[in-house]
Design a protein around this ligand. Structure first.
Ligand SMILES: Cc1ncc(COP(=O)(O)O)c(C=O)c1O
Length: 414
């Protein structure tokens, strides 16, 4: 049995992980050009427009609408899909708050469907259990670069006349049976925040093939202001989520790196999974057959009983070997925070959860632990590793060696 670094043995990873610069002369050149235009407004300059055209082309869709964030993109998509007061939107309990903000601002009610224990994604079966006459849309989250099983979800949505929005904030260029995630539902929403595969600091975009939805997205992202030439206000409520030329310029340069980044992450993640899959007591992330994950992170589940070790100690042992693993992802399912459990999205008003319109439609909702047992189990048992396109092959080998060393140690000790 190899002695763990945690117990004073030699550490597996002694050389630092490979790093690299995300931004360089390409971004500087685009930014300089943007400033030289003497305007940073998206309809007057060229950068946002060029970026949207290039992103739409890469995804093979007709339209890309630029926004200020992933949160904004989802809000725009929901608005365009007609989600409004008293509607329900079915979504995932393991996600970023940004998935939920737009639902609540539309005064609609999030309903949480449970997840598959191995992919950590929504399934048609769990979504179906949440459908009511008030359901307006399904907002799937492709978690950590891994696509949901979209074919049955699309069948279900069509059967019930529901809009499907794909939250691709963590899932650039991930593929579901030959189709890019984001192009399968009615609308795909992306984030360019600084932690994502590519970054513009903050920004986002929505893609769609549907001309009418695209028009509505454009209005929803720009105060319902019609920029098609007539320059008139349209009379419905919409926020200002306009991307400016500086963000467009950086995004344009970043887009050129996207394929390389996603391919490298895909290779690292799949290789890691293949090399630790035989180990007892751990469940590597499952990617569905014919699908491609681009690993925003790599997350496995630990069986504490099988290995006879707590998750905390297992992660400490990995950390001692020089591996930046963490115990858990978000600390609890998104529905178990006071905003939901105490229904206080808006100060002093229980809307949208007890909105009279929602009530009149027969809506009633309660949140709290127990709602989605699989999601809770995933969060209780998961061990997360970052993934970086800058890692060398040696980094990945050492990572595997460390996982094998620690796992085998506890397995043999037991
Ligand atoms: C799944 C998911 N959805 C939405 C968002 C929101 O994106 P942004 O931070 O750009 O608003 C994030 C960001 O972390 C995310 O991970």
């Amino acid at each position: 049995m190899a002695q763990l670094a945690l117990h004073g043995g030699p550490k597996v990873k002694r050389k630092p992980f490979g790093t690299g610069r995300r931004f360089g002369l390409e971004e500087i050149k685009e930014l300089a050009e943007a400033l030289e235009q003497n305007t940073l407004f998206y309809t007057k300059g060229k950068k946002v427009q060029q970026f949207c055209e290039a992103f739409a082309a890469r995804y093979g869709v007709r339209h890309c609408i630029a926004t200020t964030s992933g949160t904004a993109s989802i809000h725009v998509a929901l608005g365009a899909a007609g989600v409004g007061v008293g509607d329900e939107v079915i979504t995932s309990p393991i996600t970023d708050q940004g998935t939920l903000i737009g639902i609540l601002y539309q005064n609609a009610v999030p309903k949480f469907a449970d997840l598959d224990l191995d992919t950590y994604n929504l399934t048609a079966e769990y979504i179906e259990a949440q459908i009511t006459p008030r359901t307006k849309a399904i907002l799937v989250v492709h978690l950590a670069g891994n696509p949901c099983d979209m074919a049955p979800i699309m069948d279900l949505a069509r059967q019930h006349g529901l809009a499907v929005i794909e939250d691709c904030a963590q899932s650039y260029l991930c593929e579901y049976r030959g189709q890019l995630a984001g192009t399968i539902g009615d609308l795909g929403a992306f984030s360019l925040n600084d932690f994502k595969h590519i970054s513009a600091g903050d920004a986002g975009m929505v893609i769609t093939d549907d001309d009418e939805l695209a028009d509505r997205c454009a209005l929803y992202a720009d105060k319902a202001y019609d920029r098609t030439g007539q320059m008139r206000h349209v009379h419905f409520l919409a926020p200002n989520y306009r991307m400016c030329e500086l963000h467009g310029a950086v995004a344009l340069a970043q887009l050129k790196k996207l394929d390389w980044i996603c391919q490298r992450r895909h290779e690292i993640g799949d290789y890691l999974t293949a090399r630790v899959s035989d180990l007892p007591g751990i469940h590597p992330p499952k990617v569905l057959e014919g699908c491609k994950s681009t690993y925003w992170f790599w997350m496995m589940r630990l069986d504490e009983e099988v290995l006879g070790v707590s998750r905390q100690e297992y992660v400490q042992a990995l950390n001692a070997e020089g591996i930046p693993a963490s115990a858990g992802y978000i600390s609890e399912p998104v529905y178990n925070v006071p905003l939901f459990t105490r229904k206080n999205a808006y100060p002093n008003f229980p809307c949208p959860f007890e909105c009279p319109v929602y009530r009149e439609r027969g809506g009633e909702v309660e949140y709290g632990l127990g709602l989605c047992p699989n999601a809770e189990e995933i969060l209780r048992t998961c061990v997360r590793l970052p993934c970086s396109e800058f890692w060398t092959d040696e980094d990945v080998e050492e990572l595997i060696t460390a996982i094998r060393k620690v796992t085998e140690y506890y397995w043999e000790r037991k």
